[in-house]
Design a protein around this ligand. Sequence first.
Ligand SMILES: Cc1cc2nc3c(=O)[nH]c(=O)nc-3n(C[C@H](O)[C@H](O)[C@H](O)COP(=O)(O)O)c2cc1C
Length: 431
Amino acid sequence: MKESVLRYHPRLPELGRIEVPRSEIAYQPHELHTHLLHFDQPVYLLNSPNGLGTWIPSQTTSEDQLTQTLIGALPVQSPSLLGDPRFCQSHGTRYAYHAGAMANGIASEELVIALGKQGILASFGAAGLVPSRIESAIQKIQQALPDGSYAFNLIHSPSEPALEIGAVERYLQCGVRCVEASAFLDLTASIVRYRVAGLHQTNGGVKITNRVIAKVSRTEVARKFLEPAPEKYLKYCLEKEWITQEQANLAAHVPMADDLTVEADSGGHTDNRPLVILLPIMLKLRDEIQASRPYSTRIGVGGGLGTPEAVMGAFAMGAAYVVTGSVNQACYEAGASEHTRRLLAQAEMADVTMAPAADMFEMGVQLQVLRRGTMFPMRAQNFMSCTVDMILLTKSLPKNVIRLRNRYFVNLLLKFGSRQKLSFWSVILNK
Ligand SMILES: Cc1cc2nc3c(=O)[nH]c(=O)nc-3n(C[C@H](O)[C@H](O)[C@H](O)COP(=O)(O)O)c2cc1C
């Protein structure tokens, strides 16, 4: 690990007898409670004839001192001290905390703005929205957060590349300076364009104007974001006049991503990987790739972080920042219905399941959804089976349907087809 991610208050006084200003000691339960909520100051525990007391040292001096027995101390625990401070500097936030994108505006303008005002980075859920809707979100968020502590989701769109190209164009035109790049299986010209079009030469260095937070769950994809942009995409971007020659040269000196979110088992699209295994693997990978380079991509983690304990655990394991998703869906500001919020509030750990994804249905992709109180997973699975059966059992299909079938449904069949169906399928393909 390149730097310490947990920074505690450095020194506490020795246990034993100490002099304490009488007016600064709290004995009453409600006073103790107030003291204990001062996470950003050390709180000392005193044993006195009046019972347990707490003391928060102030800068003032007092004549009226009491001799007390110091029995313990609670170090500074401010959330703003957790994680990598470079994350906060880079994104202009108070906390090393990121609220991940949630499609169709579930991570709404209101959510992004409310969190941004509290010094927390949040990504607008642009996936699945029409361009005009995304543009109005950009305007609204930029007006409310002129300092730029917000991000927009750039979701990889393999079946409709125009969506990805269009989103990058819009983000560049509107001056969106941070994207959360997700669902990428490989780099694309669009993400390289966004990154490299924001590079500028400074005195002896490279200024990065377009920040990329890449969200990944596989090492092969992580590797691409930890390295500089590949030559072939730079060439393509130059031909298209999306970037200048100077920017193409500068690209060799920076990684594709400033931040890499390692996504463990999470709500939404997920590879169901365990956080405790995935995070150390990615930290090691980062260190191997970037050991001899003058930069270090910060590694954050998301997936299953729904409680303070889980967040603390992620920081203790070396995460530079943490990412949440599902828990934010329950906020008033989220673009979710009251009904959804109520279902989520009742959900327990085992109340989720995998179901076919609406946005990548043809590719056989599954995502994690709520099971309790909804028929969605059963219906989606049923629809998937019907679709597979229909395709397999229809013998004389029109040409365009055959092309669709061969192009889009192969993965799905490999995943869901029984051996019998697959042999039937191979007969059809060989015809
Ligand atoms: C309803 C829902 C929709 C999501 N949509 C997206 C999305 O469009 N783009 C994206 O990058 N991540 C999306 N995510 C993932 C979140 O940004 C985040 O990485 C993940 O939810 C973190 O795991 P957790 O849900 O266990 O907290 C979605 C998550 C949920 C729950």
